[in-house]
Each structure stands twice: as C-alpha cells, then as structure tokens.
Write a protein that binds this ligand. Structure first.
Ligand code: MRU
Length: 348
C-alpha cells in the first residue's frame, strides 16, 4: 500500500501514520479538512513531496462535499479549503505548489459540471503522485552516478519513500543502488528533535536491506573525520533561485562539517521543490514548532523545566556555497545556481 492514497470512494485520504513508526505500521483515514490539516501539522504525513500529495488527495476528497450545484459557490469553498490546508506547514513549497496545481484545475473548467471538476481533481492528484514517482526515480539515477559501490553516505532527517511516493530523494540512489547490487554504508543522523532519522530513515533502510548505522547528530563530525563518509545526501523542503536550500534543522551544520572535511554535499529534490520566486534562502519562511517537542516528546519524563525557554525551528537554510550540487529529476545543477537553475522547467 502507498503511504498516501485515496479510499475506493475517493472521499477519504488514507495515510501511513508516520508518528507510529517504527513500532507500528498503522494507517489513518482523513475525512475532514481538519483531519488533513492535523495530519500534516502533526507530521503523521511528512516530507515535502508527501505533504503535497496528501494535500492534493485531501482537497480532491473534500471537493466531493463542497456545494455541487453552482460553480461560484464551489470555487469559494474550494479556495477557503485550499488556503486552510496550505497554512498547515509553511516551509515545504510542495504543499503550496500541489494545492495551486489543484486550484488550476478548478479555474480552467468554469463551464464544466462540478461533478466533472471533482473527477478531474482526482485525476490531477493521482498525476501529482505518479509524476513524483517518476521524478524520484530520475533523481535516484542522477544521484547514483555521483557515488560508487562501498561508499559511506551520511544523511540527515528522512528523505526516503515515506517522504515521497517511491524511492525518495536523498535515499533514492541508495535504494536504486541496492536493486542493482551497488551497496553503500549509510550513516543516519537521528535528527533531533523529532527523530526522523532514527524512527524513519533507519527503519526504511533496514527494511530495504541497506547497511545503515544510526548516529546522534553530534557524532557526524567524528564519523567524517574517521574517513567513513564519501558523500552527504540530504533532501530539501525548498530551494531558492540562488541555490540556498532549506531542509530539516541541522542540515546546514552537516554541510559545514562536510565542507571542513572536503566531503561532497549533495541536495536532492524534485523540481517541484525549487522555488524560483524565492531569490535567496532569506525569503524562505521557516516553521517554528512547539517547545514540547524539545522538552518532553520522546522522554518518559520532561528533560527541562516547564518554564525553560526554547527555540525550535523545524528547518534551516544551507548556504549555496556549501552545496556541491543540487540533484533534481532534470539533472545535476552546479554553481552558479542563479544561472544553472534558470534552465529548470517546472510543472505549474
Ligand atoms: O519536518 P519534516 O519531517 O517534514 O522534514 C522533512 C525534511 O526535512 C526532508 O528532508 C524534506 O522534506 C525532503 S523529503 C523528500
């Protein structure tokens, strides 16, 4: 079963609840706009491409419950829902991008019956997921060309199949390599505070038969110094026109370490994650999350006083100067990114 799909009636989204992993593989049904919003906000479904796919399926399912008799009333409700879902998480541009793609379906069929528009919305959501699979496969091919059998690869957060549709982005070359008998030694940063590396990356790679070693985030430097890492592969939530890349908090630290140890640092992502409307990383909105994620969430008892002040940004921006290349479904892009990324064709 896919990690995000529609039920047979098309009026509910089914997701693999990532907050239950690795202990339990449980699926959740999302029936209302609040269910979809909360699933994205609480990271039941997470990873930039996956939240875009979830929102697309979500609005397609919700469209069936919107006013069916009149195009204008339908449009109004559609837009309201779209804006609500888009506000669930601000950094990953795929969320906004997927919802805008869905809205375009509505806008370009003003004289169609609403039932016909609903059918087209379902097809569009399915197309977004199918295209993501193809994009991930191409990213995997390009990424695989950058490494060789036996290499050590360090990754941060989770940019595997769970975060996309299939293969993943940063983990794509590793899974594709495995299919072809090319094996890597992967180091997965646990990824504080929400432990996507420990809970999801180590789980996915281990299930796929990949040699994976889990490390705490602060061990990356030593693993690099030991000579065990030949490349860093990370995903991205939004890449600006100058190549600055937002990804899970801690990524920029990995890039700085990689630079110090002369290890290539690759950012892998679909073209839907590149936002040429953001000139630099300073234009990328960074999500701030609850202090409880730092102080309590994964502990049997709180590790800090309730009144302790916390700063909990979900993402950071890696400066383009630290990125060896940006690997997309449309090829491998290198400095100067302001020039090279202009060649990207974006499905809009
Ligand atoms: O907060 P998350 O778990 O959604 O953060 C996810 C990441 O940072 C991923 O690396 C990114 O979305 C790319 S997923 C292919």
């Amino acid at each position: 079963m896919m990690n995000v799909s529609l039920n047979p009636a098309g009026d509910r989204v089914i997701i693999l609840d990532q907050t239950r992993l690795p202990g339990r593989e449980e699926y959740a049904e999302l029936a209302t706009a609040e269910d979809v919003y909360e699933a994205i906000f609480q990271l039941k479904v997470r990873g930039a491409p996956a939240i875009g796919i979830c929102a697309a399926f979500g609005i397609s399912a919700l469209a069936l419950g919107m006013p069916q008799g009149n195009y204008e009333d339908f449009c109004r409700e559609f837009r309201r829902t779209k804006e609500y879902l888009a506000s669930a998480r601000p950094t990953a541009v795929n969320l906004k991008w997927a919802l805008e793609r869905m809205e375009r379906v509505v806008k370009t069929h003003p004289s169609a019956a609403v039932s016909e528009i609903c059918q087209k919305l379902k097809e569009e959501a399915q197309a977004i997921q199918q295209e993501d699979m193809q994009m991930c496969r191409r990213i995997a091919e390009y990424g695989l060309s950058l490494v060789k059998d036996g290499d050590g690869i360090l990754t941060h957060c989770n940019a595997g199949p769970l975060a996309t549709s299939r293969y993943g982005t940063a983990l794509g070359p590793i899974f594709l390599g495995k299919e072809r008998g090319v094996n890597f030694k992967v180091f997965a940063d646990e990824t504080r505070p929400l432990l996507q590396g420990a809970r999801l990356t180590a789980y996915e790679l281990q299930k796929g038969g990949v040699d994976v070693t889990l490390i705490c985030d602060n061990m990356a430097s030593m693993v690099m110094k030991n000579g065990w890492v030949q490349a860093c592969f990370v995903g991205c939530d939004r890449v600006a026109a100058n190549g600055d890349a937002a990804n899970k908090i801690g990524t920029s630290g990995v890039a700085i370490l990689a630079n110090y140890y002369h290890i290539p640092f690759y950012v892998l992502g679909p073209s839907s994650t590149i936002d040429l409307d953001c000139a630099t990383g300073a234009d990328i909105p960074i999500e701030l999350r609850e202090p409880g994620e730092i102080k309590e969430k994964f502990y049997s008892q709180p590790v800090a006083l309730p009144e302790t002040k916390c700063y909990n940004p979900a993402f950071d921006v890696t400066d383009h100067s630290l990125i060896t290349a940006i690997v997309t479904d449309q090829g491998i892009f290198r400095e100067p990114y302001t020039e090279s990324l202009k060649a990207l064709r974006k499905e809009t």
